[in-house]
Design a protein around this ligand. Structure first.
Ligand SMILES: Nc1ncnc2c1ncn2[C@@H]1O[C@H](COP(=O)(O)OP(=O)(O)O)[C@@H](O)[C@H]1O
Ligand SMILES: [Mg+2]
Length: 425
């Protein structure tokens, strides 16, 4: 290949990985079949609506975009809007209805000339429109076409009142079999994080949880990108990217992009594990903002030998339950392995390797309750049975990436990371 061809390949590589924005085309979209099928069923059943909820960064907005593409292909009117903190019920609906345009041919003179008249159902919506007015507008539109409204970032809306109005509207639309489906999408652990008082609409709403992506789905992200670029990746390298990602596709795109860029810069079409390690390094160096600030606050320490950085890495590598919680005892094994590496690097210092729980429980407490260190962990359960998990799910893979770039994830620890079960929540 010529230098220009390598350069083009490197350029294309920046486009096939999308760590920073939701996907808006199907070429790069992986998995999520179940969520697509279940939403489709809701849309095709009159009186059914859908609520899609999950952690930040699992891929909700990307799914919403793909649903819009799929449903538009069925000749439905599909509107997707993002909600904002201070939006009122009527403001959201005005934004949504303004996206719809009808064209009507009107006779404008005695000789029969016609002209196109454009109108939008948003035009006639009052600034303080309530549930019944919106329902009326949707009934009118519904007579012309099936319509689907997707509201992303629904959790950003403030206040129970607007939630309650949406619940009332959903119930009204269902009761009157209006030809219009609402899909609410947002960050939440369960449906009550989207609409707190949901009991009255449970019957007409399909709840669609968005778990983290599984390893196969994450692999598919890289494989699709490889196909697009005409490049390859060694199995071991692919596995490392997937293992660090912990089910969060943002990291698969980010590490994938940096790793494959490294290979291409070295004029290789095949990416190897060392490209991934170097790629992680670059990704760590380029991480600025909240994640870096949070990490630094959590791990800072003046005294030599403070353990915060090592304990946080051990937390990120600890075995978790389905909800992503780990118990103190699960931190011990990874911490011991980390300390072995620390000790082998500083053979003249007498570094303690084997900590029992009392040796790091104060660190876990500080991570979960000291405001100057975050908190970065959420603490649940009762005394002797405390469980912890990362408050911001995106911090955990970042901590693992720091572990990789600090050279800890070799040998035993790498094995541990590979064999670690991913949280599903
Ligand atoms: N199904 C998917 N296939 C491939 N990449 C995905 C998928 N879902 C999300 N992503 C990628 O993951 C990142 C986060 O996705 P996003 O949809 O913004 O998540 P959320 O809305 O849940 O915070 C984006 O960079 C996006 O490109
Ligand atoms: Mg989103």
């Amino acid at each position: 290949m010529t230098d220009e061809q390598w350069q083009s390949l490197l350029f294309n590589c920046q486009g096939v990985f999308r760590p920073a924005s939701p996907l808006d085309s199907r070429d790069l979209f992986s998995g999520r079949t179940e969520q697509i099928v279940r939403t489709g069923q809701a849309v095709h059943t009159i009186g059914q609506h859908a609520i899609i909820f999950g952690q930040r960064g699992v891929g909700k907005s990307s799914l919403a975009n793909i649903l819009k593409i799929l449903l538009s292909g069925e000749k439905k009117i599909v509107v997707k809007v993002n909600c904002h903190k201070d939006d009122s019920f009527s403001k959201i609906w005005k934004n949504a209805l303004d996206e719809i345009h009808f064209v009507e041919q009107k006779t404008v003179s005695v000789i029969g000339a016609t002209r196109d008249i454009y109108s939008s159902p948003g035009d006639s919506l009052r600034d303080d429109a309530g549930v019944s007015e919106v329902k009326k507008a949707l009934s009118v539109i519904g007579r012309q076409s099936d319509t689907v409204f997707i509201f992303d970032e629904f959790d950003r809306l403030h206040g129970l009142k607007v939630q309650q109005m949406f619940a009332d509207l959903i119930k009204d639309l269902s009761d009157h079999a209006v030809n219009s489906t609402l899909i609410l999408v947002g960050v939440a652990n369960d449906v009550s994080g989207i609409i707190q008082e949901h009991a009255s609409i449970d019957r007409c709403v399909v709840q669609i949880p968005m778990p983290r992506m599984n390893n196969e789905e994450l692999k598919e992200i890289i494989q699709k990108a490889m196909q697009e670029l005409g490049t390859t990746i060694e199995a071991e390298a692919l596995e490392l990217i997937v293992a660090i990602s912990q089910g969060l596709p943002h990291y698969t795109h980010l590490i994938g992009r940096e790793s494959v860029s490294n290979a291409i810069k070295a004029k290789r079409l095949n990416s190897k594990i060392d490209d991934v390690k170097a790629g992680v390094n670059t990704a760590v160096q380029n991480t600025k903002g909240t994640l870096l600030d949070t990490y630094q606050a959590a791990t800072r320490g003046q005294r030599k030998g403070t353990l915060f950085q090592h304990v946080l890495l051990a937390c990120a590598l600890a075995e978790v339950d389905d909800q992503g919680f780990f118990i103190s005892a699960a931190v011990r094994n990874p911490l011991t392995r980390i300390m072995k590496t620390v000790s082998s690097r500083n053979p003249t210092d007498s570094i303690k390797i084997d900590y029992d729980i009392s040796g790091f429980s104060q660190h876990l407490d500080k991570f979960s309750s000291d405001p100057t260190r975050g908190p970065v962990l959420e603490k649940a359960g009762t005394a002797r049975k405390f469980r912890f998990r990362f408050l911001n799910p995106l911090l955990q893979p970042y901590v693992i990436m720091r572990g990789v770039s600090d050279g800890f994830l070799d040998g035993e620890l790498l094995e541990l990371l590979r064999s670690k079960k991913q949280p599903e929540y």
